[in-house]
Ligand binder design. Structure first.
Ligand code: GLU
Length: 285
């Protein structure tokens, strides 16, 4: 009511202040009262007042570095939700670019506190790191030029050049289960787009939602073919053995599903292109 009596500029300022107070774009309220048992990673991060999170910088919808210089997307919003619960506002999050192959080493070396980067939970990775989540489930699929008519699914990849990313589960799946396809590996998905346009490769493969982001970003150029042929549950990578931190992240994810912030994060990012899913059950193994 009071806002209505203010001039447009003053009202905008009040709004901006309001947004800043609740942690910025995500609208996630920073828990300024947050306190944690001494010695835990949560206490350490809360005391430091900052956190380093690894994410993708080249994947529309999940993690894409925008004009602001900061990454944007669903993974980024999930990161803001976790930071807020630790009492850390979004301007105190240091975003570090991770590509598929350096996620485990970044966590193991302590270069990042968390990785939230379209990161599939699997047993092989769990030997090196631990995962909270899953907070979303994707599936591997194939992207081709819009005019392509001969590739309709993974079995049509025999004798074809297929671009994917080293250190990713989709690349590994092609190597292992579709050995007749010629895998052309690179280090980040955006590097596959030019070769696909120029015909140096016939297809590109990774998770459906990553490919959907590229289809959306490059109108009329590309299309997805076939149904997803794997399950890619997305987890949040953290240091192996840090069970208290893993439980905290799992509890925070669960709370975000219950209080609507998970859904809001989705709708403001990936949800602009993709339907809103039901989040998968969290596995606090
Ligand atoms: N979700 C898959 C993975 O973690 C593919 C996406 C990616 O490489 O980030 O390997």
């Amino acid at each position: 009511m009071r806002v209505r009596r203010l001039s447009g500029i003053a009202a905008a300022a009040v709004l901006a202040l309001g947004l800043a107070a609740c942690g910025g774009g995500s609208g996630t309220e920073v828990d300024s009262e947050a306190s944690f048992p001494a010695g835990t990673t949560m206490a350490k991060l809360n005391d430091a007042g900052k956190i380093t999170i690894g994410t993708k910088f080249d994947q529309p919808l999940f993690g894409l570095r925008g004009p602001s210089g900061k990454p944007e997307g669903f993974d980024v919003e999930i990161g803001k939700i976790i930071a807020a619960k630790l009492g850390i506002p979004e301007d105190k999050i240091e975003w570090k670019e991770t590509v598929s192959a350096n996620r485990e080493p970044f966590i193991q070396k302590g270069e990042v506190d968390l990785v939230i980067a379209t990161y599939t939970i699997n047993d092989e990775r769990k030997q090196k790191i631990d995962f909270a989540g899953p907070y979303y489930e994707a599936g591997q699929t194939i992207m081709v030029l819009d005019k392509n008519t001969d590739i309709k699914g993974p079995d049509d990849l025999a004798g074809k050049k297929v671009c994917s990313v080293e250190g990713s589960t989709p690349a590994e799946n092609i190597r292992t289960n579709y050995p007749k396809a010629e895998l052309v590996p690179t280090d980040a998905y955006s590097n596959c787009l030019e070769p696909l346009r120029s015909g140096q490769v016939d297809a590109m493969t990774t998770d459906n939602v990553i490919l959907s982001g590229f289809v959306d970003q490059n109108e009329g150029e590309f299309k997805l073919v076939g149904k997803p042929f794997t399950k890619e549950p997305y987890g949040i990578g953290l240091k192996k053995g840090d069970d208290k931190f893993r439980k905290f992240v799992n509890d925070t994810l669960k709370a975000s599903e219950d209080d609507g912030s998970w859904k809001k994060a989705w709708e403001e990012t990936a949800g602009k292109v993709l339907p809103t899913p039901t989040p998968p059950a969290i596995d606090n193994y």
